[in-house]
Write a protein that binds this ligand. Structure first.
Ligand code: SF4
Length: 231
């Protein structure tokens, strides 16, 4: 499993895939990556320390992901992230979180007040019905203003039966309106029952990808390892 990479393109940054105690939610129907977790905090810290040794600060910008939410990382790992970022003159740190931790984000920002924190939400889509009844994302909020209130960035998931070129375009436009940056993920075959819609993905690549591929505020991952981490 690759746990460190450098993103040279848009918003150049280093990225680390750390390991936490595990997603507390685990109900998203499309997701099987929450299995990258361990309840033993010491083992996680040992692994995370090794991964963080790779960080050089080349772009002074670090994205930290952990197959769940930042709040599931152990305290020692969180302290080490701060220490490494200070040592390497990193000014911007990106973390991911599920919406259920919404009310803990202000405190996290205080804790990381020496840095610019960019919080990324796993939103997947603004379409409430699709998100909650098909993807079972667990975000019981409809208002884009409220959803984006504490988050700077968002992940979207496209290429699933039930979505259309129009719904995708609408999500991207809303995403760019309500967030500083968005990350578009195309559904890849995994062990869940949610399957990629190949025709829709083809249409995405033909009709939507060319419009946004050079947009600095949009990362587009056609394969889920395109950032260079994961397996
Ligand atoms: S997508 Fe995120 S919140 Fe949903 S089950 Fe997977 S790790 Fe948990």
């Amino acid at each position: 499993m690759e746990r460190y990479s450098i993103i040279h393109e848009k918003n150049s940054r280093e990225i680390v895939l750390l390991r936490g105690s595990g997603c507390v939610y685990t109900k998203c129907t499309f997701c099987d990556y929450y299995s990258d977790s361990c309840k033993n905090e010491e083992e996680n810290f040992r692994l995370n320390s090794k991964v963080l040794e790779n960080v050089t600060g080349i772009f002074q910008n670090l994205e930290v992901i952990n197959s769940g939410s930042v709040f599931e990382l152990d305290k020692n790992t969180v302290e080490l992230i701060k220490k490494v970022c200070k040592q390497k003159n990193i000014h911007t740190i990106h973390f991911e979180s599920h919406y259920l931790y919404n009310n803990r984000i202000a405190d996290l920002r205080k804790e990381f007040s020496d840095f610019t924190l960019k919080m990324k939400l796993g939103l997947e889509t603004f379409d409430y019905d699709f998100r909650e009844n098909v993807l079972k994302k667990g975000i019981k909020e409809k208002s884009p203003e409220k959803i984006s209130e504490n988050f700077d960035e968002a992940n979207f998931l496209f290429g699933i039966k039930g979505q259309t070129v129009e719904s995708i375009r609408n999500d991207i436009e809303l995403g760019l309106k309500y967030f500083e940056r968005i990350c578009i993920n195309i559904m890849c075959e995994n062990s869940t029952s949610v399957k990629p819609d190949k025709e829709l993905i083809k249409a995405f690549i033909k009709e939507i990808y060319p419009i946004y591929k050079d947009n600095d505020r949009a990362d587009i991952l056609i394969n889920n390892t395109d950032f260079g981490v994961g397996d």
